[in-house]
Design a binder for this molecule. Structure first.
Ligand SMILES: [Ca+2]
Length: 286
């Protein structure tokens, strides 16, 4: 019995020693300086690598080269466009194939039109610094009401339950589509930190696509985390369209979910392009 107790006691001592040794080992690990840079860069490569894409033109459509495009949406066979500039801001319903204006509306002179989206039968249009959103009946552009917000208004889109809005910063806001109250926010980030100048938006198959103002790039954003999941480089398209990075900038993303078609254009561009997104060749071999 005594032997049994001694055996139990010595086992307990061994276990205590093991636990102590392990805790010391753990502390030693915690006290260590960060791992050498090679290991860290490998981690960055593994966990923070963001794929980049380029494009293939599928179709080309006419676009009013006097339209200062700030919002673009495709809904039930009609292309809707919102344009900016004080005294020249408009809302348009357009026949995609021909560019024919089906219906149009000019905003009061003091408003600078911004992003648009269609939610049910409502067509919603933001304005830049007036903190005012307009709500129309999409079928006849009859004004149904207005709402107000505290930030600048840049881009707007929606998922199945929320309006999704940008204000030129790295923030994206989620709004209740009935009350227009903000009920969520994400900060958009990539490997280099916050991504600012988020502009025209489009919600496509669970992701938010955003033009970045005065660049040829579209960010593909995770709506839950704000992380950029991919970059689309449209510099070749901008060059083809006669665009630039000051005024005639890439802006305007529309998606026809019924036919899975993606359209892009730019401010004062003479064309709207239907494109397919393709992996950049250097990415596809990684
Ligand atoms: Ca859009």
């Amino acid at each position: 019995m005594n032997a049994g107790i001694r055996k139990t006691s010595s086992s307990a001592v061994i276990i205590v020693l093991i636990v102590l040794s392990f805790s010391q080992y753990t502390r030693a690990q915690q006290d260590r300086p960060p791992q050498k840079s090679l290991h860290r860069s490998e981690q960055k490569e593994t966990y923070q690598y963001v794929p980049s894409y380029t494009f293939r033109i599928v179709n080309i459509f006419p676009h009013d080269d006097k339209a200062f495009t700030q919002g673009l949406v495709f809904d039930e066979g009609i292309l809707y466009e919102g344009t900016g500039i004080n005294k020249a801001s408009s809302l348009r319903g357009i026949k995609l194939d021909t560019g024919e204006l089906l219906r149009g509306l000019k905003l009061p002179d003091r408003f600078f039109g911004e992003g648009i989206t269609v939610f049910g039968n409502r067509l919603i249009q933001l304005t830049w610094r007036s903190r005012t959103g307009f709500v129309y009946d999409k079928r006849n552009f009859k004004l149904l009401g207005k709402f107000h917000y505290r930030t600048e208004g840049w881009g707007i889109t929606h998922d199945d339950r929320r309006l999704i809005m940008s204000d030129g910063t790295a923030n994206i806001y989620f709004l209740d589509p009935e009350t227009y109250e903000i009920n969520g926010r994400i900060e958009v980030t990539d490997i280099n930190g916050p991504v600012t100048r988020l502009n025209e938006l489009e919600y496509i198959r669970g992701e938010i696509y955003s033009n970045i103002w005065q660049t040829d790039n579209i960010a593909i954003i995770d709506p839950e985390t704000g992380r950029v999941k991919g970059w689309i480089d449209l510099s070749g398209l901008s060059k083809l369209a006669g665009g630039d990075k000051t005024v005639k900038t890439l802006n305007g993303i529309a998606y026809d979910k019924d036919t899975d078609r993606l359209f892009v254009t730019g401010k004062l561009w003479p064309r709207i392009y239907e494109i397919q997104i393709v992996p950049r060749p250097s990415d596809s071999v990684r």
